[in-house]
Write a protein that binds this ligand. Structure first.
Ligand SMILES: Nc1ncnc2c1ncn2[C@@H]1O[C@H](COP(=O)(O)OP(=O)(O)OP(=O)(O)O)[C@@H](O)[C@H]1O
Length: 664
């Protein structure tokens, strides 16, 4: 943000100062009005003013330019928009300041020289300068480089902002070329004689230079950067028509109409300056109320560096107008602009950027990116296969473990059964022992027999409880009612038998003894005694066996627990692998989708590239056709212009009657 710089310039007095006149006094950059005797007038009607610069009547245009406008010209070459305009009452020296004289070139001439002088010093950029010259006469825009009143319209677009449509822009290469064009423009400009100025500007004129520049050979270099951008700045040098009092100028007829238009547009300019000076940039600023403010919009509170030179007349007769001008200047001083370098990308640079982007995308698609993707997919496939194999292996292990567990369980059940049997056996042995002891107590069995039997060790004794009874041994139980859990019947009988014992054993049961196979003598050991002696030995054996089986069983149990744990662990691992497998499958399908998407994008981009290429070709054709048409039109216009000029010359020298038809 920077403030508009404002300067005030006093033109030389046209009259001899009268001792009774009030005087404007300049102290550095301050201006104050003094009484004839030299005392300052401090009333509110005549306050003192201070400005960025104040020039007295001795100042030459060159010093005004050097101090006020030159910085703007240099900034314009660097890409900033710039505007310098002269404001003041009629005959205060605006045109003199802007256009100068032969001995004192004006700001426009000095600016043109500066522009060309500066760009010659810049070696790394190439410049294209275009100039145009227009006037706003009676609120109509005319091209001063073209004959006649064209009444050009103002247009607005996003790309160009506010612009005058159809305005001739001349590409220029040097100062002289521009000065020639300015001369041409001056001949077309509206001047008129008033009471106050023999050659009064009846229009606002805007001399415009468009300065384009780009880095030399930037487009052919590698990357697209800010170097590829083109700087386009607009420099406006404006000579306003002077505000005037109709009574003073003595205007009537055409001059009066002109004066009204001039005053109206200057009033709008004043309103815009007022609003902007109040810091109301965001409120409505009446730029559209006049063509002048519309065209100067960027210079007033916009993207431009602006300086205003307010010209004033020193004479007593113009004190009120001078005060008005100084007030305008004071308000203008408060306006802030926001100038920035204007850079745009050319079609070629844009195309280059697009090409690079497309190339980059293509590389990503065709090159490293797709390879990476393929590798990722391959890796994922491998991972998936690996995990599937692991899963199968684990499933097999699990199956084996399950089988082993079932076998173990089966084994444990068997062992349990055996243990139960052994327990039963042990119990029945105890009972048998008790029974025998009871019988010894009752005298049925002698203590010696019992002891002998009890001490006798018989190998190969099988569990009598589960032995099937021999079919030829049938007992009839009459009175026997004792609870015999284990049968005392041995595997086989000998040929001899102790009848008494038999009877005693059977407690009165009658048995057909003839059917008995008698136990041979000498081998007549009672089966009872054998049985009972065996009962005592089997108890110890069964206890031993039981304890060893219990140990075995607890070992099996431990094994079972361990295998259960292992099994659970394996199941967990299996679940994890299943999950991993599922996520890998998902990732694979996603990558497949990505590949498909990228392929589609690639195709789309290639399609766009082709379209862009076609567009480019069309544009080139269009440009070729346009430049052809333009050259034709230009040569036509030039010939028309020279023809009309020649005719004008002829007409001027022609003294006879005016011919009725002019054949062009
Ligand atoms: N600084 C100056 N030094 C010498 N002569 C000057 C100076 N300023 C103005 N003049 C002369 O004063 C007269 C009026 O000046 P000029 O035409 O520039 O005024 P103007 O403000 O452009 O008036 P208008 O608004 O009517 O066009 C001219 O003859 C001009 O040569």
């Amino acid at each position: 943000m920077e403030k508009i710089s404002v300067a005030v310039r006093f033109r030389p007095s046209t009259t001899e100062p009268n001792p009774s006149d009030r005087q404007w006094r300049l102290d550095d950059n301050r201006i104050s009005l003094h009484r004839p005797l030299g005392t300052p007038i401090t009333a509110s009607s005549a306050p003192s003013f201070s400005f960025d610069l104040v020039f007295d009547h001795y100042a030459a245009n060159a010093s005004v330019h050097e101090l006020l406008t030159r910085p703007i010209i240099l900034a314009a070459v660097d890409g900033f928009n710039g505007t310098a305009f002269a404001y003041g009452q009629t005959s205060s020296g605006k045109t003199y300041t802007m256009n100068g004289s032969d001995s004192d070139p004006g700001i426009i001439q000095l600016a043109v020289r500066d522009v060309f002088g500066t760009i010659q010093m810049v070696t790394d950029r190439e410049f294209l300068i275009r100039v145009s010259y227009m006037e706003i006469y009676n609120e109509e825009i005319n091209d001063l480089l073209v004959l006649g009143n064209q009444k050009l319209p103002i247009h607005e677009s996003l790309e160009r902002g506010v612009y005058v449509a159809g305005l001739r822009e001349e590409i220029v290469n040097n100062t002289d070329q521009v000065l020639e064009l300015i001369k041409l423009g001056e001949t077309n400009r509206h001047f008129g004689e008033t009471n106050m100025n023999a050659r009064s500007s009846r229009s606002h004129t805007i001399f415009r230079m468009v300065i384009e520049s780009s880095i030399k050979n930037a487009i052919s270099s590698g990357d697209v950067s800010s170097e590829d951008a083109i700087r386009v700045s607009v420099l406006n040098l404006v000579d306003l028509a002077g505000s005037e009092r109709i009574a003073k100028t003595g205007a009537g007829g055409v001059r009066l109409k002109e004066g009204k238009h001039i005053n109206k547009s200057l009033m709008v300019l004043g309103n815009v300056i007022n609003k902007l000076s109040e810091g109301k940039q965001r409120s409505h600023i009446p730029y559209r109320d006049s063509k002048l403010t519309r065209i100067l919009q960027p210079a007033l509170g916009g993207n431009a560096k602006t300086s205003i030179i307010c010209t004033v007349a020193p004479e007593e007769i113009h004190v009120e107008e001078t005060k008005g001008t100084l007030q305008f200047a004071s308000r203008a001083k408060r306006i802030t602009n926001c100038a920035q370098v204007n850079e745009i990308l050319t079609d070629a640079a844009l195309l280059k950027r697009q090409k690079l982007e497309i190339e980059d995308l293509r590389k990503k698609l065709q090159g490293s990116h797709s390879e990476v993707l393929e590798q990722v997919i391959l890796k994922q496939r491998n991972d998936m296969l690996k995990s599937e194999m692991e899963r199968d292996k684990l499933a097999m292990q699990l199956e084996e473990e399950r089988k082993a567990r079932e076998a173990l369980e089966h084994h444990i059940k068997e062992q349990q059964k055996r243990m139960d049997n052994l327990n039963d056996l042990s119990l029945s042995s105890d009972q048998t022992l008790n029974l025998c002891q009871e019988r010894v107590g009752s005298g049925e069995i002698s203590q010696e027999v019992f002891n002998a039997n009890n001490e006798t060790q018989l190998d190969g004794f099988k569990t009598p409880n589960f032995k099937s009874m021999p079919s030829n041994f049938v007992m009839k139980r009459a009175t026997y009612s004792g609870a015999i859990e284990s049968s005392p019947i041995p595997d086989s009988f000998d040929s001899t038998a102790d009848e008494d014992m038999w009877l005693r054993l059977n407690k009165g049961c009658t048995t057909d003894l003839d059917t008995l196979h008698m136990t041979p003598f000498g081998n007549n050991q009672s089966f009872l005694s054998r049985d009972e002696s065996l009962g005592h030995t089997s108890e110890e054996m069964s206890i031993k066996e039981t304890s060893s089986q219990e140990t075995e069983c607890s070992l099996h149990k431990q094994e079972l627990e361990a295998s259960k744990e292992q099994c659970a662990k394996l199941e967990n691992e299996c679940n994890l692998l299943r999950e991993k497998n599922a996520s890998l499958g998902q990732a694979l399908s996603m990558s497949k989708e990505n590949v498909e998407l990228l392929t589609a994008q690639k195709e789309e981009l290639l399609k766009n590239l082709n379209i862009e290429k076609q567009k480019m070709k069309d544009l080139k054709d269009e440009i070729r056709q346009f430049s052809l048409a333009f050259t034709q039109r230009e040569s036509l216009l030039t010939s028309l212009y020279s023809k009309s000029k020649a005719m004008m010359e002829n007409l001027k020298s022609y003294r006879g009657p005016i011919p009725e038809i002019l054949d062009y």
